[in-house]
Design a protein around this ligand. Structure first.
Ligand SMILES: Nc1ncnc2c1ncn2[C@@H]1O[C@H](COP(=O)(O)OP(=O)(O)O)[C@@H](O)[C@H]1O
Ligand SMILES: [Mg+2]
Length: 257
């Protein structure tokens, strides 16, 4: 089971869009895929047509006590695919303070996933992280085998990636585990914008072949599909956004299968 945390402490860099679409494309290729919405904004959950405010149980209950609320008990199937969603909820915002005194507060998701594996096998688990480096993101990093870092080609993206790198290094050192960088994904790229090209080149120089060959271009159909509660990959296959995520899925499978 490959567990990928889709992480960047900056908001609006297409973490959620990438989770939904990469997940849909992997599931379309027959891979059993689980999406985990770890963001209190629950955009992934809403974007997949699940109304978090009507749910009796969501991810925060699993993080508080997975014996009482196992991960398997909160899953929703998405579309007609081997694609499941562990929904997020506004109340995930309380996790930070509720879990504060717990010694194992960064291990909650990892433990829940280990239990899940005893009853259900998944090929891929994709974790959509909130735009912060707090307890929720730490849970994702501790639980994952791989990281996928989406970033816009902007100058300050570099500073953000250094902070992220340092946090991951500190965590892996103090908690003694390993994670592998699956790749850096350039998102929201504007065709024909010279600045974007220049920065994209710099990011490739810096991260070498860790940067995916696939680039996700800006495409208004992506936002439109979100409103419909369907990932672009299932909403309009001919849209450039859909094709970019198809190509990302192929690249991800060739990097880690
Ligand atoms: N390739 C794209 N083209 C156009 N809009 C996009 C694209 N990817 C994401 N968006 C839009 O940008 C906004 C932020 O994306 P989102 O995935 O929510 O970012 P994050 O999860 O990192 O905060 C959303 O409204 C989304 O629809
Ligand atoms: Mg998001």
């Amino acid at each position: 089971m490959k567990i990928v945390a889709i992480v960047n402490q900056k908001g609006g860099v297409a973490k959620t869009t990438t989770t939904a679409n990469l997940g849909a494309c992997l599931a379309e290729r027959g891979r059993r895929t689980l999406l985990i919405d770890l963001d209190p904004q629950a955009n992934l959950t809403l974007g997949l047509g699940v109304e978090w405010y009507n749910l009796n149980a969501a991810l925060q209950h699993v993080l508080y006590d997975h014996e009482q609320t196992p991960l398997a008990s909160i899953l929703h199937q998405v579309a007609d695919l081997p694609l499941m969603l562990a929904p997020g909820h506004l109340d995930l915002a309380h996790c930070e303070s509720v879990l504060l005194p717990a010694a194992d507060k960064a291990y909650r998701l990892r433990n829940a996933l280990e239990e899940l594996q005893k009853v259900d096998e998944y090929d891929w688990v994709l974790i959509d992280c909130p735009p912060s480096l707090g307890t929720l993101t730490q849970n994702a990093i501790v639980a994952c085998s791989h990281l996928l870092i989406p970033t816009e080609p902007k100058y300050y993206a570099f500073a953000g990636m250094d902070t992220l790198n340092k946090m991951i290094l500190d965590l892996t050192k103090s908690l003694r585990f390993r994670v592998e960088l699956l790749g850096v994904l350039l998102t929201m790229v504007e065709r024909g914008t010279k600045l974007h090209q220049t920065i994209a080149t710099e990011i490739r120089e810096r991260f070498g072949d860790k940067v995916f060959q696939t680039v996700v271009y800006k495409n208004v159909r992506v936002s439109e599909s979100e409103i419909e509660g369907v990932p672009i990959a299932l909403f309009d296959r001919r849209a450039s956004g859909a094709q970019n995520y198809e190509s990302l899925a192929e690249e991800v499978l060739s990097r880690a299968s």
